[in-house]
Design a protein around this ligand. Sequence first.
Ligand SMILES: C[S@@+](CC[C@H](N)C(=O)[O-])C[C@H]1O[C@@H](n2cnc3c(N)ncnc32)[C@H](O)[C@@H]1O
Length: 260
Amino acid sequence: MTYNQVRQQYRDDGNLNARIHLHARYSTNTYPWFRWVFDHLHLPAAARVLELGCGPGDLWRENRERVPAGWRVTLTDTSPGMLAAARRQVERPVSLSVADAQALPCSGARFDAVLAHHMLYHVPHRERALAEVRRVLKPGGAFYAATNGQRHMLAMWSLLTPFVPDVLERVQRVGCGFTLENGAAQLAPWFEDVALYRYENDLAITDAGAVLAYVRSSNALMDAELSADQWAALAATIDARIAAQGALHVPKATGLFVAT
Ligand SMILES: C[S@@+](CC[C@H](N)C(=O)[O-])C[C@H]1O[C@@H](n2cnc3c(N)ncnc32)[C@H](O)[C@@H]1O
């Protein structure tokens, strides 16, 4: 995926919200993802926290009553549209600024924690971003990076193979840069200790429309637009699967690296 495709995809929170809807509505794990992520933040009562690629700020919205008063939180993203969404929905006072993870506009080691959830696979020069994370982290600070595994949701994407024969390669190309499988090796040069925590969760989808909305919102297909007939055929395939099995079952692979 090119840098322009990433910018276009995340110009506001519309595409991301369509995908989050599928996860929120049809996940088999009823303990919410961002509550689980927050459980892993072991920080002092007074701490400075920087989030890279914050998107619409869902982590902070979903944990609003859990954030200690002594935390100073800075949310950053390359997309002004995402930051506008974060400004609307994050109620507690946070700083918001446009920033590229590859060139952070702050000097010195000043943060107790840096967070980068589901965004490192979009960063073209990841080692530059990781060097920036190290530069702005205080000694003893922690880096938290959530991402997906290589097989994440491929059971859903494979339904498009009759229409887009290389769909699985396309999907994996988008997310393969930083995965549950290769992330630890990329973090190892920068951190002494890297731990991976897996969030056990799958999808049991009972509405074909939700899958179609997810696929439409994703740029994984890139230039491979489906015709109206192909969309209808895809919906029929999913409906048949739901009728036969009660739901479309889609294994997920998601987790969180904690690097110190
Ligand atoms: C999949 S969204 C994840 C949003 C949020 N972290 C979450 O987990 O819901 C990826 C976000 O990373 C941002 N992004 C992409 N490349 C970036 C970069 N080089 N520096 C900072 N943010 C970036 C996008 O604008 C988008 O908001």
